[in-house]
Design a protein. Structure first.
Length: 252
């Protein structure tokens, strides 16, 4: 199988193409605008460079690691990128979900980056690695679909984002700081489902589903520490019970 060392994708032209890539490393460079790689990508490492948007549209790609060094990558199915997505080199790059029901296998945070649900139901199926900030963006729902207790990756839920956690013992956030500028939805009273230091910012929402009991600190506590800043919202569903103490401005 022919090995291609670098594939450069421009706004309107594809400089080099192939229906398949050999294992190894390939660089996918989109300097501006948007370009699509629709053929099968078979690579140990696929590196996205350039400030533009790369659309990976083949649902059978065999990419062990998709490394986003610059710009944005659009994903419509889990098979578009295969294995781990890695943020590196330049901060604030984006992994963008353009369809519903995509399960993101895992994310490596070598540098801060953005997972954008883009109005779609998305799930994070594996614990993130690395200690750089993972920001969740875009309307839609990101469901935590794994026990991420072993992860120390901090997370921020941006103002237009929504993250659901606690529906089961396999829906647990990392043991790291969580900032809530959008909505953090407690779906079930799973002990230590939010094990880090959580801050609900002004206008941020902590939502508890109806019928749930959130216990006081101690045995069965859902949180590591929890801080409500002035202006934060605690949204309680019908027949829910909040037994945890609140002291605005203090982490308890």
């Amino acid at each position: 199988m022919k090995t291609i060392q670098k594939l450069t994708l421009g706004l309107l032209t594809v400089v080099a193409t192939s229906s398949a890539f050999a294992s190894g490393t390939v660089t996918l460079d989109v300097a501006s605008g948007s370009a699509t790689a629709s053929g099968l990508v078979d690579a140990t490492l696929a590196v996205k460079t350039g400030a533009g948007t790369l659309v990976l549209s083949n649902s059978a790609n065999l990419i062990d690691v998709l490394e986003i060094q610059q710009g944005q990558v659009d994903i419509a199915a889990t098979g578009n990128f295969g294995g781990t997505a890695k943020f590196s080199t330049n901060a604030a790059n984006k992994l963008n979900m353009v369809a519903a029901d995509v399960a993101v296998p895992s994310i490596e945070m070598a540098i801060a980056g953005i997972l954008d649900c883009n109005g779609n139901a998305t799930s994070l199926a594996g614990a993130p690695t690395g200690t750089a900030l993972l920001s969740i963006d875009g309307a839609g729902v990101l469901t935590i679909a794994a026990n991420m207790t072993a992860s120390s990756t901090p997370m921020n839920i941006n103002a237009n984002a929504y993250v659901a956690v606690g529906a089961s013992g396999t829906s647990i956030l990392p043991t790291a700081a969580v900032g809530v500028d959008g909505t953090l939805n407690i779906k079930g009273a799973t002990a230590s489902c939010v094990p880090g230091n959580t801050t609900v910012a002004s206008a941020g929402i902590l939502q508890v589903d109806g019928g749930l009991t959130v216990p006081a600190s101690g045995t069965g506590d859902l949180f590591g520490t929890l801080l409500f800043q002035s202006g934060a919202v605690l949204k309680l569903g019908a027949s829910s019970v909040w037994a945890r103490a609140i002291s605005v401005g203090a982490a308890l």
